[in-house]
Design a protein around this ligand. Sequence first.
Ligand code: SAH
Length: 363
Amino acid sequence: MTPLGAVLARRIAAEGPMRLDHYMAECLLNPDHGYYATRDPFGASGDFITAPEISQMFGEVLGLCLAQVWLDQGAPARFILAEPGPGRGTLMADLLRSIAAVPGLSDAAEVHLIEASPTLRAVQRARLGARPVTWHDSLDTLPEGPLFLIANEFLDALPIRQFERRGRAWAERQVGLSPEGALIPGLAPPVALERLEPRLADTAEGDVVEISPGAPAFAGAVAGRIAARGGVAIFIDYGNWRSLGDTFQALRGHTPESPWANPGAADLTAHVAFEPLAEAARAAGARPSAMTPQGVLLERLGITARAERLARGLTGAALDTHIAAHRRLTHPAEMGHLFQTLAITPAGAPLAPGFDPAADPTF
Ligand code: SAH
């Protein structure tokens, strides 16, 4: 058992079964043994690879999207350019390089990163070179001002709760101990939950529904700032409109494993539900886009033209890798459809380029 596994087993023995969101938070962010708190998990030798690590094109075309929104909103002389969960800082570095082409834009951007991991803060510092950067533990300390925020694979790391349907009630999944002392999943007694009342209409006996308490709260707080001061938020993650089914997963060395096997040593994620993000944005007075597939968004933002341009300087294996990266980011059978995106803009402002408008006629 991992060191964190031993700590959690002792706690469960003393206090009883743990909620899944509490387990996930400990596994990812425990200051001594948490997954993100203690390592740099990215790249070929790490546990997983993300879109910005696949190709510079990802950050470049998203940077141009932000640039267009900045122009559409009257080119504010100073704005907050923020990224929660920036990993190795690659997306921000690529984005800053591409927006440098727009006169005045880069100088107007004040870079703020929200990062829980001291290890990754150091990697981000090195990646962003001389550029002044301020780090934050949470959104709360970001300064006031127009907010341009981009988040790739951040919301999927926020802890979730899981509920299994039993009649018209819901049994919460928890982490308990086997007779041998191993961590195992279990179920709390079913209770009726007002919050899941709407899901009685589209679920059946035994179905699992996930709730991320943090994701809509984060999107709502961001949307409130955007409604008040302008800007845009772009969320990119694997997920669906509405949560249905168990999507809690552990990944270690690029291989899926049981989320109970190596607490603190494997990455834990869950699919993001986009409907609660859109609802939170609306409740905060901002305008959500429709959920738009990553492949569609990147194509509309010009990734293929950019890919052709970059391909001109490449031959042999480097060219093959480049072509594969374009395909991987955009093709529906790869990340193009599994990953979805949502933009939030002020209610009266134009939609961010590349995004589908929400079907709701009030916007
Ligand atoms: N966006 C990056 C990294 C994604 S991994 C990329 O696309 O490559 C998730 C990132 O979120 C990591 O940087 C991790 O340390 C950070 N993170 C996870 N939970 C967090 C939290 N609650 N607060 C702040 N950062 C968090």
